[in-house]
Design a protein around this ligand. Sequence first.
Ligand SMILES: NC(=O)c1ccc[n+]([C@@H]2O[C@H](COP(=O)([O-])OP(=O)(O)OC[C@H]3O[C@@H](n4cnc5c(N)ncnc54)[C@H](OP(=O)(O)O)[C@@H]3O)[C@@H](O)[C@H]2O)c1
Length: 286
Amino acid sequence: MADAQLNDFPSLFSVKGKVAVVTGGSRGLGLNAASALLQAGASKVFISSRKASACDSAVKTLNALPGLAPGAKAISIPADAATLSGVQHLVSEVAKHTDHVDILLANAGATWGAPFDEHPDSAFTKVMDLNVRGVFNTIREFAPLLQKKASVEDPSRVIITASVAGLGIGTIGKQGTYGYSASKAAVIHLGRNLAVELGPRGITVNSICPGFFPTKMSNGLLDMSGGKESIAAANPMKRLGRPEDIAGVVVYLASRAGAHVNGATIAIDGGAMWAKGQLNVESAKL
Ligand SMILES: NC(=O)c1ccc[n+]([C@@H]2O[C@H](COP(=O)([O-])OP(=O)(O)OC[C@H]3O[C@@H](n4cnc5c(N)ncnc54)[C@H](OP(=O)(O)O)[C@@H]3O)[C@@H](O)[C@H]2O)c1
């Protein structure tokens, strides 16, 4: 009987009363995750991206969601996550509303597609600055707020939005994403290092690796890679990612259910990454 007794199962996937920060939260996957955290019981969700109008409109949409906990709210704080001053501004503005942070989703990211021979130095720098250096700065600058209430029993959470492009090979050829793919591999490994560094301080660090989800960032690449339908057809699950796919993993990692997951890398791609390496027996004439 003791083995069957779980400690308060109904609250296992809740983030009731938690305070979250989502960079790149104004649209796309960040907005999906922010919506999920609010609906799972978070008391405050800070939405940050460069454009103030985009953050304000995301916050308006989130605060109009039905069924939020009394007092729960999204708060807009525009900031550039690619610069240290932008990250410091974000932290100081967040600190005006709360004395601690429980969940940090380091999600802001940028990509660049260009052929190898012409791949611009400036594009490589831009992508590394936001996707790697920006993520490191964001985690380091938020660490004091994340540590405030954190314990090994009830850890604070850092979730990095990486990509399957950091696990396997990204796009090569005309729209080659060399810098992007390298940046996502780098940030996954950064996450593992920080999991070991910050675990004893009561902070877990994990990376999520989405496959193709239709968003402003991916729509162009989806079109140039053959279109949504053909990419979906090549996926073992026969579809692209949906908002609920991100929502579920983020809430899991942020809730008590994910408290002992640290330094992990979770692909959310329907298994497409493995299908890329599938040996076609017919064409190989084996
Ligand atoms: N969609 C996919 O298929 C896919 C797949 C794998 C991984 N990802 C990753 O998922 C994350 C979110 O991408 P998405 O697909 O949701 O793209 P998206 O819809 O284009 O959203 C990107 C978000 O990041 C913000 N942002 C861009 N540069 C920023 C900066 N310097 N500082 C702060 N915020 C910034 C954008 O707002 P502003 O323009 O206002 O700054 C926006 O809120 C990225 O890290 C991306 O690499 C996406």
